[in-house]
Design a protein around this ligand. Sequence first.
Ligand SMILES: [Zn+2]
Length: 91
Amino acid sequence: MPIYEYRCRSCSEISTSLRKVSESKDPILCENCAGQAQRIVSRPSVHLSNMSKVEKLDPKYDKMVDRAMNNTTSADPERILKKMKPLSDGE
Ligand SMILES: [Zn+2]
């Protein structure tokens, strides 16, 4: 379960709570004064992998490469194998 942050409406104290995603928007009771605390959006802690960073930088590029690859005969590994001659062939 993710940890969410909540700010109290009365005393502005920040409380954190480990909750289900589906319950994250429900207000909790302030740890300081038991007033209503509403969820605040904290900085995302998810780190992107290098691959997803590349995809975010240029998503069109990947699709272009995929399309180009599918249109070439080299996209079919069977063709490459058929072109190869056995090493013992010819001699
Ligand atoms: Zn409070």
